[in-house]
Design a protein around this ligand. Structure first.
Ligand code: TRP
Length: 326
């Protein structure tokens, strides 16, 4: 049976962190077995929050290396940059005729971003962000889009645009559905609900064991537990939440030790650092391999861009035929 198709994408923000792993990559790696996956590096989308493109290529390569290091398989799934496949811009333009400004202005994803990043003037490209994202998905006829909760409204916009196109010109596109990631969020080292580069509270997938240790040493814990012997509350402790993810076998005994006071925060943190580093070890190993074989990475990208382009071209031919633009 023909496998269903997935389109997943990320903006190239450079080296990825554990939050990316838990919130997205872990899921992508699993999904590549059962679905035909396309992995998009959304470099045009990155412009909405950073006009400086000096490091955009290096950041894309860094992200690609992390994708490969966690186990995404380039033989199964093409990986490519949006900017290298011109069909994205072409379909984006056509789709931009099929949705109102008003509808885009109501997008909660846009509103959240404007608030969180303190954007005082919304650029045209920002408003059109979900339209470009729709082009990303529809060019590859993605039936499913693995995303976190915050992106669901964007996928809803994609569904509306796909429906509108199909009604106007004839059936070309599936209406994409979100595939929600279960364990959606990893808190940052400062206790913020989100691990994020801009908050500077991350553990990178490429951090060595010394770095992980020193970062964890500074992580916030239960403020009521000041020294060993004080009883703590694992359920509100960020380090404990990391244990549940990266050290599930011991998490019960750790919770008990924390509650009784027997386990001090420093010991608990060092144990956690050790487990996280153990988890990261094979990823770092693979990253080193790719860093030493950068030509292989570049070939993976150009091969992905060729394969992506073939699918995108075929879809655009269909679109032009239906629209009698041929
Ligand atoms: N908006 C997504 C994010 O910030 C990135 C993205 C761009 C994307 N195009 C996409 C995600 C297509 C899924 C499908 O995370």
């Amino acid at each position: 049976m023909q496998k269903k198709r997935i389109l997943s994408g990320m903006r190239p923000t450079g080296k990825l962190h554990l939050g990316h792993y838990v919130g997205a990559l872990e899921n992508w790696v699993k999904l590549q077995e059962d679905y035909e996956s396309y992995h998009l590096i959304a470099d045009y989308h990155a412009l909405t929050t950073n006009l400086n493109t000096d490091s955009i290529y290096d950041d894309s390569i860094d992200m690609l290396i992390d994708w490969l290091a966690v186990g995404l398989d380039p033989n199964k799934s093409p990986m490519f940059r949006q900017s290298q496949i011109k069909e994205h811009t072409e379909l984006h333009l056509i789709l931009s005729m099929l949705i109102t400004v008003n509808r885009l202005e109501r997008s909660p994803t846009l509103k959240d971003q404007v608030r969180d990043l303190h954007i005082d003037r919304v650029i045209y490209g920002h408003l059109g962000y979900p339209v470009l994202q729709t082009a990303d998905i529809l060019l590859y006829k993605g039936a499913f889009v693995p995303v976190g909760e915050d992106q669901v409204p964007n996928v809803e916009i994609s569904r509306e645009i796909a429906r509108k196109f199909n009604n106007q010109y004839g059936n070309v596109f599936p209406e994409p559905e979100p595939l929600l990631t279960k364990f959606a969020r990893l808190s940052g080292l400062d206790g913020n609900a989100k691990m994020s580069k801009s908050l500077n509270n991350t553990i990178l997938l490429s951090d060595d064991s010394e770095t992980v240790k020193s970062k964890l040493k500074k992580a916030v814990t239960d403020p009521q537990k000041i020294r060993k012997g004080d009883p703590g509350r694992p359920e509100i402790c960020l380090v404990y939440s990391y244990h549940t993810k990266f050290n599930p076998g011991e998490s019960e005994s750790i919770a008990a030790g924390c509650r009784s006071g027997e386990l001090g925060c420093l010991d608990c943190k060092m144990k956690c650092a050790e487990k996280i580093s153990k988890f990261l070890e094979p990823i770092i190993e693979k990253r080193k391999y790719y860093e030493n074989n950068i030509d292989e990475v570049k070939n993976i990208l150009s091969d992905g861009e060729k394969r992506g382009k073939q699918t995108a071209e075929a879809t655009m031919n269909e679109v032009r035929n239906k629209m009698k633009l041929g």
